[in-house]
Design a protein around this ligand. Structure first.
Ligand SMILES: [Zn+2]
Length: 511
């Protein structure tokens, strides 16, 4: 068996699905370029049948990205597969990923209609045929067809084996065994993969892929158990983003395989030095921050604080460090720009971070950069990303924050006054709240007369020190529509107000 494990990235599909925000094609393309630099083997770019935007994003990515295979997702439905075929028609290396529910729970729950049969046996036979037909149809568009047996983690294994044999006969070149609900435990999931290898007669004609969810915190462990038992493709996302508790984090899987090559005896094509950069780009694009204690790419992943550890570390780093920060690209991140950095230096740095700007965008960004560099002396990558967000994502400004005053303190009732420009009008209002941010939000709500639910509020110091830029991300919901608003400022209350207004503008713009 080959010692190469292919890495299948689904950040742009499974990850985006969960983020509560849709990435535009430009953001998707930026992330895809960075995934190509990371050297993943497959980029799952989207689900073309889900929306015209997603179709367009897959189309653009498949036109531009040359190295990795570009994959599109579909259900076992002809119109879905046709949409994949059309979206991928200019791809250098297209793959269609289609499939159907394999567990009895899925079969009985999702295919209730009598046309799928009355008994479980009838339904199973019908579902299997739909899967085979889907693979055959996908084969008309590309030779590279991946089949997913949804909820395989809970499926009846005898039925699963028969289904896999049939789809491989129909031409599937990769069979994906997803633990859709994150129900599996490592030993059992590893046995399932081994069982597939031992019981599906034509399995040598296909690669086994594993797609694990993290509902019990076992996604990475399950994926590794799958690899240990013969899976040669692993699916996952950067930072482990994904439906519910997320997917297997690619950076963790890859670094485990690498650091414990003695145990696993396999390798990947990944350029691990790109992990840190990729992680930040994804966190930033999706508005989902990485916890400081996150394995491999968290801010504290390589910091040693206990006295004994620090002492040991200083004597010999191997005492407490099994990976080096530079292995995953941490050293790169300490490049600091100053007001003396020229336009060229800035554009170099931005390119390294994965951003490609037009001349006009670079000009505007440079002006903003100079203003920040004046205030802060040292400009970190995180500052640049915060600046870029404002520049690259112009949102129609239905609401503009003109003025804000907040009165708060340990013995005062927090009170906020805001003035907003709404079209031609200027409106002013005040409110008290449980804290300064609450007061600001209540006053904005009163002034704009909007009914918005605040679903999430995250604040993060994007750099260290008290003069650091604070970045606030809010998730808002209005009339069933969700969006993510962002704001950055050295004043966290102002950043909070900006994020809220940004979200309101996006909701207004969405019509
Ligand atoms: Zn998934």
């Amino acid at each position: 068996m080959s010692d190469l494990v292919a890495v299948f990235d689904t950040t742009l599909r499974d990850g985006e699905q969960a983020a509560g925000t849709r990435l535009g094609s430009r953001d998707k393309l930026t992330v895809a370029r960075q995934l190509a630099r990371l050297n993943v083997d497959v980029i799952e770019a989207g689900y073309p049948a889900s929306s015209p935007d997603d179709f367009e994003a897959v189309r653009q990515i498949s036109r531009e990205i040359q190295g990795p295979i570009v994959c599109a997702l579909s259900r076992a439905v002809p119109s879905d597969i046709e949409a994949c075929g059309a979206a991928l028609d200019k791809a250098a290396r297209p793959r269609i990923h289609t499939g159907i529910g394999a567990s009895d729970i899925h079969i009985m729950g999702k295919f209730r209609d009598e046309r799928y049969g009355r008994t479980l046996e009838e339904k199973r036979a019908r579902i299997l045929q739909l899967g085979v037909d889907a693979v055959k149809l996908a084969k008309r568009y590309t030779n590279d067809v991946q089949f997913y047996a949804e909820d395989a983690g809970r499926a009846d294994t005898a039925y699963l084996f028969v289904m896999l044999e049939a789809v491989i006969d129909a031409g599937a070149t990769v069979v994906n065994i997803p633990d859709t609900t994150g129900y599996a435990v490592p030993e059992q999931f590893g046995n399932l993969i081994r069982g597939i290898r031992e019981n599906v007669p034509n399995i040598a004609k296909a690669v086994i892929s594993v797609h694990c969810h993290d509902d019990l915190g076992l996604a990475v462990a399950n994926a590794l158990a799958g690899i240990r038992n013969g899976a040669r493709q692993v699916e996952g996302t950067i930072n482990g983003v994904g439906e519910r508790a997320g997917n297997a984090a690619i950076e963790e899987v890859v670094m485990a395989l690498r650091t414990r090559a003695d145990y696993f005896g396999v390798r990947t094509n990944i350029d691990a030095r790109e992990f840190h950069r990729t992680s930040r780009l994804v966190a930033d694009s999706l508005g989902m921050a990485v916890p400081a204690n996150k394995a491999v790419i968290g801010a504290n992943a390589f910091s040693h604080s206990s006295g004994i550890h620090v002492d040991g570390f200083l004597k010999d780093r191997e005492t407490y460090e099994i990976m080096r920060p530079e292995d995953v690209g941490f050293d790169e991140s300490r490049v600091v720009l100053t007001a003396r950095t020229g336009r060229h230096g800035l554009s170099d740095r931005l390119a390294k971070l994965g951003y490609e700007l037009s001349k006009e965008e670079l000009d505007q960004t440079y002006q903003r950069f100079l203003a920040v560099a004046d205030k802060k002396q040292e400009v970190f990558d995180e500052d640049l990303i915060a600046i870029l967000h404002d520049e690259l994502h112009p949102v129609a400004e239905t609401y503009q924050l003109e003025y804000m005053h907040v009165y708060s303190g340990t013995s005062a009732i927090p009170t906020a006054t805001v003035r907003l420009r709404i079209g031609e009008e200027t409106r002013e209002g005040a409110a008290i709240g449980d804290g300064p941010v609450d007061a600001v939000y209540k006053s904005i709500t009163a002034v704009t007369n909007t009914k918005v639910k605040l679903l999430r509020y995250d604040i993060r110091a994007v750099t260290s020190g008290t003069e650091a830029i604070g970045e606030v991300t809010v998730q808002l919901e209005m009339a069933g529509k969700r969006t993510v608003g962002r704001g950055a400022s050295t004043d966290v209350i102002e950043a909070s107000a900006k994020a809220y207004v940004d979200g309101l503008n996006k909701l207004a713009g969405a019509g």
